[in-house]
Design a protein around this ligand. Structure first.
Ligand code: FES
Length: 106
């Protein structure tokens, strides 16, 4: 069990517990994180699970696939250097204590 903090567009922080093997999207949905809709349920086909990592965390995440890379160009909020689809991020111990920002899609 580890802890991940979602930072909402208004600056509110929501710390959530997560288990290894879950996707970051599943953690967000389980904790009703606003702004993470996940319309395609993790198929990397909707872009509604967009999150932004700080550079120091993003360096040890799994690489962005071509498909994820394409989809990140169609997210509601503009793509940023640390942008990822949370459905493509598998939770492991390296994410203990990590913070991830939910971009403002309004
Ligand atoms: Fe649709 Fe991640 S849930 S792209």
């Amino acid at each position: 069990m580890l802890t991940i903090t979602f930072i909402l567009p208004d600056g509110t922080e929501r710390s959530c517990t997560a288990m290894g093997g879950m996707s970051l999207m599943e953690v967000a949905l389980k904790n009703s994180i606003p702004g993470i809709v996940a319309e395609c349920n993790g198929a990397a086909a909707c872009g509604t699970c967009h999150v932004v990592f700080a550079d120091d965390v993003g360096s040890f995440l799994s690489p962005v696939t071509d498909h994820e890379n394409d989809m990140l160009d169609f997210t509601a909020a503009p793509r940023e250097p640390g942008s990822r689809l949370s459905c493509q991020i598998k939770i492991d111990d390296r994410l203990e204590g990590a913070s991830v920002r939910v971009p403002d899609a309004s």
